[in-house]
Write a protein that binds this ligand. Structure first.
Ligand SMILES: *Cc1c(COP(=O)(O)O)cnc(C)c1O
Length: 440
């Protein structure tokens, strides 16, 4: 379900024909539907009705400020993975007290930023990080709200690059380590144990892995209660998949019902960290045909969007539907690879696609580009990044202007001033050990 539909033979975003947007803002262009964004958030929120819960949008999927503001206005919380993302949430009017901070590699300055801002919780992913958080909190005279991200060792049955809860993935801590670390944390006056967190992967298309991960983590919660450690919230992470092609992921209602049932015995707050499911099908990428060509037996449609705009096909072998913005009836289809201008053979948006015969200037719509699209874009080949537009009814908001050539060289100089480093011994300092644990 989305608001990108054919009307009078032309693909529209809500009520605006995509060619009008392409004309006004140029291509490649990301177009997002406000109505779709809002509906997705509300459907997921409603799926947990009756349970004390907070939907924390995982902003790495699409961190445009206008999108964050849209969710913030619905009362959303946010899941972040860097200080940069915290900055974005605050810029967009999000509340720090609804922010969950995840990630395996938080720096001291990021931990300090989060504590100063007053985030809801830091999801700690290792013993070493727990020690750092304690040190930074003490330095600031604060108590750090923490949860441990546990690794329930569940196979989410997704692409290996987006499976994050396997026993040997870099994320989270094992159940055994968690028990020990919670005990340490509960005794540390600079730490306040708030909850438990997990996140087993992305683009998961069945409920089984989620409920199994919850079940395993509830055993830990029970064991902790036995030791007098109260777990106030249970964060089930994100990862619910969407339909790109012929996947049949559970409807959010089904997912919500499964989560509710799995957590029936849990009496605290439930947190969700959805990313893709909220924004993926709320966005498309509009691109223009530059050339068509044939090499050997293979046809190519060269378009002005590239892996620098949408890296998922190159990165994960992901499939995105590609269709003409103005479909031609009864056209004999041509099977072609849709490729970008970047100097890499992995620079394709789609392979072996049946498309009508195309001419330079024709517009194509790449579907399901709202998640991990712009957010993963780059300036490789010194390409300006695309503009982003948010559509609501017959109105469009330019949520990010197209980059300019000046943007591309900002911070660089052809002849930077040299800085001399005088000879001096390098001071080596261990960062990993907490001084308080050193025995005198
Ligand atoms: C990426 C991520 C999410 C969101 O994943 P989706 O598959 O987009 O829902 C949630 N939580 C954490 C910790 C993440 O790293």
């Amino acid at each position: 379900m989305n608001h990108f539909q054919l009307k009078d033979g032309v693909l529209h975003a809500d009520e605006i024909p995509l060619p009008r947007l392409a004309e006004a803002y140029g291509t490649p262009l990301f177009v997002y539907s406000t109505a779709t964004l809002k509906r997705h958030w509300k459907v997921l929120d409603r799926s947990l009705k009756g349970l004390k819960h907070l939907v924390c949008y995982a902003i790495k999927a699409n961190s445009n400020l206008a999108i964050l503001r849209t969710f913030a206005e619905l009362g959303s919380g946010f899941d972040i993975v860097s200080g940069g993302e915290l900055y974005r949430v605050l810029q967009a009017g999000g509340q720090a007290k609804k922010v969950v901070y995840s990630g395996v590699g938080k720096r001291d300055d990021e931990i300090a930023f989060a504590l100063e801002a007053g985030v809801k919780v830091l999801d700690v992913e290792s013993a070493a990080e727990l020690a750092r958080v304690s040190i930074v909190a003490r330095r600031l005279g604060k108590r750090a709200p923490i949860a441990l991200r546990v690794n329930p060792a569940v196979d989410p049955k997704t692409h290996p690059y987006i499976a994050t809860g396997l026993k040997e993935s870099k994320f989270g801590v094992s159940m055994e380590d968690a028990l020990r670390l919670y005990t340490l944390a509960a005794r540390d006056p600079a730490l306040e144990v708030k909850g438990v967190a997990l996140h087993i992967g992305s683009q998961i298309t069945e409920t089984g892995p989620f409920t199994e991960a919850i079940r395993r983590t509830l055993e830990l919660v029970g064991a902790l209660r036995g030791q007098g450690i109260r777990i106030g919230h249970f964060d089930v992470g994100g990862g619910l998949g969407i339909q790109y092609r012929d996947e049949a992921p559970p409807h959010p209602d089904e997912y919500g019902a499964a989560v509710k049932q799995a957590l029936a015995s849990f009496d605290g707050e439930v947190l969700l960290e959805p990313g893709r499911v909220l924004v993926g099908n709320a966005g498309v990428l509009v691109t223009q045909v530059l050339y068509t060509k044939r090499n050997g037996r293979r046809n190519f449609v060269v378009v002005d969007a590239a892996m620098t705009d949408l890296v998922r096909p190159a990165f994960y072998g992901a499939h995105h539907e590609i269709e003409p913005v103005v479909p031609v009836e009864d056209a004999k289809p041509v099977v072609a690879d849709v490729v970008g201008p970047v100097c890499e053979s992995s620079d394709f948006l789609g392979k072996k696609r049946a498309l009508p015969p195309l001419e330079p200037g024709d517009l194509l719509c790449v579907r399901s580009a709202g998640a991990y699209g712009f957010a993963m874009s780059s300036n490789y080949n010194t390409r300006t990044r695309a503009a982003e537009v948010l559509v609501e009814g017959d109105e469009a908001l330019l949520a990010r202007r197209r980059e300019t050539l000046q943007d591309l060289v900002r911070g660089e100089s052809p002849s930077p001033r040299p800085r001399r480093f005088t000879k001096r011994a390098v001071r080596v300092e261990s960062q990993s050990r907490a001084p308080r644990r050193r025995k005198a």
